[in-house]
Design a protein around this ligand. Structure first.
Ligand code: ATP
Ligand code: MG
Length: 255
């Protein structure tokens, strides 16, 4: 099972990816693919050293046209010893494991002024996910970059489903609607989770989502510990958020 976690900037994609991975790691061998080209603190939230970016494994960042052209070679380079692309077979420096056994792989980060756009990273994410061989007992969660750039790079066609995160903003609801329309045309699973919810905002967001015809499949309450731990930039802490995410995973039939 491969699931992309998507949504507008700042809605809580990274936090929910980490919490979902923690919830699922009780039942599955769970991996996170960090395909956000900007943010760098996911390893800290998970409590692991940052793995070497996969883009280095395939010879470094290149122009998007070149990446598209080299797709068969990149897929071959990622697949070791004819066994297909398996994250567990990547060299140690390209995957970091948390205490719960969650494996983190990172695609690449924009670091240099004028180095060009992030499109090649999305292309590499697509090549990786498309060629990935998964066992029944394995789950891959993809923490995506903000917005819908990845849609333009056809990353969605490589996964089984998309989890759209919304927060109490009209903009995030609109983003989720757009994603739903794209993902349903591809015939993939699509779910919506409302994050950072308080009793007062729940009344509003459920009304607004209803008005737009958007079904909300799960709710994660605003959790002060989550908020504070991302401010401090260390291991993710929580009070209620993990329980909420576990309920969501049950609704999604993942647990
Ligand atoms: N359930 C929650 N309760 C309280 N705060 C939350 C919750 N979920 C996320 N946040 C806060 O929202 C902010 C953004 O979270 P996060 O970085 O996970 O969002 P994102 O969608 O990954 O952002 P980006 O688009 O930049 O990648 C952080 O301050 C985080 O602590
Ligand atoms: Mg993020």
């Amino acid at each position: 099972m491969k699931v992309m976690v998507c949504g507008k900037g700042g809605v809580g994609k990274t936090v929910l990816t980490v919490l979902l991975a923690e919830a699922l790691s009780e039942k599955y061998k769970t991996y996170i693919v960090d395909s956000d080209e900007s943010n760098i603190l996911l390893p800290k939230l998970l409590g692991v050293p940052p793995p070497k970016p996969l883009v280095e494994y395939v010879g470094g960042k290149a122009e998007e046209e070149e990446f598209e052209r080299r797709e068969p070679d990149i897929a071959k380079a990622l697949a070791r010893a004819g066994q297909g692309v398996r994250l567990s077979l990547l060299p140690d420096e390209y995957i970091s494991y948390s205490a719960e056994g969650i494996g983190l792989v990172t695609i690449g980060k924009v670091r240099e002024y004028g180095e060009g756009c992030a499109c090649p990273f999305n292309i590499l994410t697509r090549i990786l996910l498309k060629n990935l061989v998964l066992e029944e007992s394995e789950v891959v969660l993809v923490d995506t970059d903000a917005g819908i750039e990845h849609v333009g790079r056809r990353v969605e066609e490589t996964v089984d489903g998309v989890l759209a995160v919304v927060d109490p903003t009209a903009e995030s609801l609109r983003s989720a609607l757009l994603l739903r329309d794209i993902v349903s045309k591809l015939g993939k699973g699509f779910w919506v989770v409302a994050n950072k919810i308080t009793p007062r905002t729940w009344a509003l967001i459920s009304r607004e989502a209803g008005r737009l015809g958007l079904r909300i499949d799960g709710v994660v309450r605003f959790d002060d510990d989550v908020f504070e731990s991302t401010l401090l930039g260390g291991r993710l802490r929580y009070k209620t958020a993990l329980d909420d995410v576990k309920s969501l995973a049950k609704t999604l039939k993942l647990l």
